[in-house]
Ligand binder design. Sequence first.
Ligand SMILES: Cc1cc2nc3c(=O)[nH]c(=O)nc-3n(C[C@H](O)[C@H](O)[C@H](O)COP(=O)(O)OP(=O)(O)OC[C@H]3O[C@@H](n4cnc5c(N)ncnc54)[C@H](O)[C@@H]3O)c2cc1C
Length: 854
Amino acid sequence: MKSHAKAVVIGGGVVGCSVLYHLARAGWSDVMLIERSELTSGSSWHAAGGFHTLNGDPNVAKLQAYTVQLYREIEELSGQSCGLHLTGGVMLADTPERMDFLRLAHAKGRYLGMETELITPSEAKSMFPLMDERHFVGAMWDPVEGHLDPSGTTHAYAKAARKLGAEIVLRNRVTELTQTSDGTWKIATEQGTVETEHVVNCGGLWAREVGRMAGLELPLLAMEHMYLLTEPMPEVEAFNRETGREMIGVIDFKGEIYTRQERNGILLGTYEKAAKPWSPLETPWDFGHELLEPDIDRIAPSLEVGFRHFPALENAGIKQVINGPFTFAPDGNPLVGPVQGLTNYWVACAVMAGFSQGGGVGLALANWMVDGDPGFDVWGMDVARFGEWASLRYTNAKVRENYSRRFSIRFPNEELPAARPAQTTPLYDIMVRDNNAVMGDSWGLETPLWFAPKDTEPRDVVSFRRSNDFAPVGKEVRAVRERVGITEIANFAKYEISGTGARAFLDRLMTNHLPKPGRIVLSPMLNEVGRLIGDFTIANRGPKDGIDRFMVWGSSAAQIYHMRWFEKHLPPDGTVHVHRFDQTLVGLSLAGPKSRAVLEKLVDIDISKDAFRFMDFREMAVAGAPCMVNRLTYTGDLGYEIWMPPACQRQVYTALKGSGAEFDIVDFGMRALLSMRLEKNFPTWFRELRPIYGPFEGGMERFVKLDKGEFIGREAAIEEKQEGPRLRRVSFIVEAEDADVMGDEPIWAKVGDQDFGTVEPTHGYGAPRFDEAGRKIAKAGTSMVDGAWRVVGWVTSGGYAHSVEKSMAQGYVPAALSDDETTGLFEIEILGRRCPARINVAPLFDCEGRRMRA
Ligand SMILES: Cc1cc2nc3c(=O)[nH]c(=O)nc-3n(C[C@H](O)[C@H](O)[C@H](O)COP(=O)(O)OP(=O)(O)OC[C@H]3O[C@@H](n4cnc5c(N)ncnc54)[C@H](O)[C@@H]3O)c2cc1C
């Protein structure tokens, strides 16, 4: 074993081998993988080997598509077969709601270039004759699904990596990690010590233990998972004989079952409701190539449904039941990337679908390590998406919930209950008990979403369509627009950046000029390649003892993500201090034409229009409590953001409510806030603004000062401006019926043969064609074209804008189409119905911004 390598990957499962291969392919040949036992000694060896491209997050779906197309490449390079069976598969809907879910998935697939197709139960039966079609109302066909040989695939990655110069050391457990003051990692192993610049935790079932070696508690948990293999079935053999084809893969949501052909029998796996964690606190080091005791009783409810839906299975002999553990993060997506607070400690773990996701995970991580950027929008699997609140117990509750809901519908207005409340503000009991709030989980914090009428149960009726919050949210919005309202904004991220180097530091990170003392600016933040990685409100607190102090507010969910970036760019001389407040600073937003009248009764300074102007910042006592006040709100109305220590929040809230009583002040929630921003065409972080868009594409040019001097991403931004953005964020008015957009819907335009080149199929593997009689399949590209209509873009978010009474959407379209306000050009596909839509350039509410400046 070498004593030094540029990077060391710990763990030889499918993920570690993929990371190793991608590092070597990217040109880092001085890389080493250390495996405790033989390759595939964790979850990888007993996987069912299924793969598919669909994922709730389109960006993760893209990386899954990449994984599938990669298999041919590693087979060729390694000479090792992955045992690919590209059969295609169907998802079966047993209810109209499930069919709506499939319609959404199908529509989303269009702009990803996926060739899915909605089909009838009898069409599904022609490909999987074991099913009784009477139990289903429809199905979705996906040609890019299948199964492979898990061990062959892992070895194919490993052999391909070796060919590119990587070293693999087997039967050698990593026992300890230490980092020296120059950043070098010392990896103690059973066979000696290796020094390296980069450590990659691909420990799979032991990823928690490998995390603990560096002082981390990673939010992941292993769950037991069972699948069974039948004896040969005459029905399967007859189908193979008659058609010359293998049976396809099937997901039956009702039964929480996935099934496919295995040899001349059937493999059937379940995601049962009675989910069971495995080794919840610690994974034993002596666990090896062994299986867990099967527990048929636990999966009996799923099997019962399965036998009804696929009657031939009931009579099939069961050859073997496999029960093995594999790991999940609280939301079911992988944990990938550099860990905040450590240098060059990377993770690629909690990969629950290693054979669908392993390639994409390896590619993104290798890009990140080699180029400093993952090259894709990997937010959905970034390890930074969880905060300190994602403890062992939180993870346990959430992973069990996620596992047992794997095949359940997640409605767009659905808040999941496990591990809640995790964090609350001092107003929690007032909101819940007195105000009848329906609460939501905002990065681990309970936040009011909307307020149910008195004497009604405060809960969402979950739906893809407008639901029971529609009228109350409308009432909240109108009250703010006509009078005044108050809402909690503790769920924003808040930082103070101070020190003698603070100004220079922020100036280098932000695209806008920094504000003068007492003033506020809005500023995007870019990465080196000029993509949007942040959008902040920055206030200058003024110097104290000659030291600059800036308050910075951003997206709560991006706190760790942004801290990681800030830390990466901190000067080494200690002249900049970044403090993240998290819940040690909480806030209230007061908005509406009467908001000044409400606030001025509670303060001792002049806050008249000219004394406290739009975008001013002041520290002032509000109802006697020390507060920081920003004269702005996300509602786009006259208003204030008021920040205070938690101990003062009740006092300030109560005083504001008392002062506002004469104006009939209302509480409003996040849903009303998001509705109001729609009619102002304001974007939101992680929906409209993401690391795949440039600032000009995102419509942020007002805040990008190319002439201010150097800042990160400036060169790329200049280039984007000179070449002109390819895409533009636009706002639409949609002729919706009873459902508004939820995000990720395709945008159609009547553009004939004009090619805008922006929507590219991601299936490099190519949709397979099966032309046998009886099998209906889509031709490549057909899902994006319909006569003169083409899918030209995608929706990022939207909803109903209550005060202007319009259904609205925001999304991205080719720049050439972005200022076309003509009707009849666009349609947005909502739940299978293509709704006419019109671009709306000027905000529908207060387009000149007079209200916020009043
Ligand atoms: C029953 C079952 C069915 C499944 N079916 C599918 C499926 O159909 N499709 C799919 O995509 N996925 C499936 N999975 C999930 C799949 O197995 C995992 O996603 C995948 O194996 C994860 O791979 P990994 O490399 O992250 O982890 P692992 O396979 O657990 O690999 C981790 C490796 O790290 C090594 N290691 C850990 N700590 C150390 C250390 N300190 N020093 C040295 N080495 C160390 C271990 O020995 C192990 O080899 C299934 C899983 C199970 C249990």
